[in-house]
Design a binder for this molecule. Structure first.
Ligand code: HEC
Length: 204
C-alpha cells in the first residue's frame, strides 16, 4: 500500500512538471488577440530609419513591461515617421504580441536642447583663453605648453572643479553634458592642428 501511494505521488508530480514546463506547448500556442498587450511610455528619438520603417528610442520605464533602455522597433505605418528626427521628445504606444513589438502611435512633444560646444566656448572660455584658444591676459594658451600635457578626462576634471587660483570651476554653471561638449570642442577643433608629438598627456 505504501509503495502504491508513493507511485501515485510521483506520477502526479511528473504530470504537473510536464504540463507546466513543456516548452513545445508554449511555442505552438497561437497568439490570440486577447494576448496582445498595449503599453505607453515616453522617450527621446535617437535615430529614424525610414527605409526600414524603424525607429530607435531611448525610452523611459514602460510600466508593466520593462525599465528604461534603448529600443529599435518597427512602426505600424512608415508614414508615422514623417517629421520625426533625432533628439525629438516623444510619447508612444506599443503593441506586444508574443515577442513581436510594434509601435502603433508616436507623437512628438518637444525637443532636447542640443549642446553646442563651440558656442559654449565663446561665452564661457574665450574671454580668458582667446577666441581660438591662443590665450588672453586672464588665461593661458590652450594650444601650447602645459595645456597640452593633459588627457581629455583631465580637462573635464579641470573645467568641472577649476585649476590653480585663476581657472574657475564650472560645476555650478555648466551641466556635465555641456562640460563634455566644450572640452570636445577644445580637443577636436581648437587643438586639431597641434602636432601629435606636442600632445604629451603626462600624469601629474
Ligand atoms: C577667468 C578666466 C578663465 C575662464 C573663464 C576659463 N579659464 Fe581655463 N584657465 C584659466 C587659467 C588662468 C588657467 C591656468 C590655471 C593654472 O594652471 O593655474 C586655466 C587653465 C585651464 C585648463 C588647464 C590647462 C593646463 O595647463 O593645465 C583648461 C583645460 C582650461 N583652462 C579650459 C577652460 C575651458 C574649457 C573654459 C570654459 C568652460 C575655461 N577654461 C574658462 C582661466 C580661465
Amino acid at each position: 500500500m505504501k509503495t502504491y501511494l508513493k507511485i501515485i505521488t510521483l506520477l502526479t508530480f511528473a504530470a504537473g512538471f510536464f504540463s507546466l514546463g513543456c516548452p513545445t506547448q508554449e511555442a505552438l500556442k497561437p497568439v490570440s488577440p486577447a494576448d496582445v498587450q498595449t503599453y505607453k511610455s515616453t522617450g527621446v528619438v535617437r535615430a529614424v530609419d525610414r527605409a526600414a520603417g524603424k525607429i530607435t528610442i531611448d525610452h523611459d520605464d514602460i510600466p508593466g513591461y520593462m525599465t528604461a533602455m534603448q529600443m529599435n522597433e518597427a512602426v505600424r505605418d512608415p508614414q508615422m515617421l514623417d517629421g520625426l528626427k533625432a533628439n525629438d521628445k516623444v510619447e508612444f504606444e506599443i503593441e506586444r504580441a508574443g515577442s513581436k513589438i510594434t509601435i502603433t502611435k508616436i507623437t512628438k512633444t518637444g525637443e532636447v536642447a542640443t549642446v553646442n560646444g563651440g558656442e559654449l566656448y565663446k561665452t564661457s572660455c574665450a574671454e580668458c583663453h582667446g577666441g581660438s584658444g591662443e590665450g588672453a591676459p586672464k588665461g593661458i594658451s590652450l594650444l601650447k605648453g602645459h595645456a597640452l600635457e593633459h588627457t581629455e578626462k583631465e580637462y573635464v576634471d579641470q573645467v568641472t572643479n577649476g585649476e590653480g587660483k585663476k581657472m574657475p570651476a564650472f560645476k555650478d554653471k555648466l551641466s556635465p553634458e555641456q562640460i563634455a561638449a566644450v572640452v570636445k570642442f577644445v580637443r577636436g577643433e581648437l587643438q586639431k592642428d597641434v602636432p601629435k608629438e606636442e600632445m604629451k598627456e603626462h600624469k601629474h
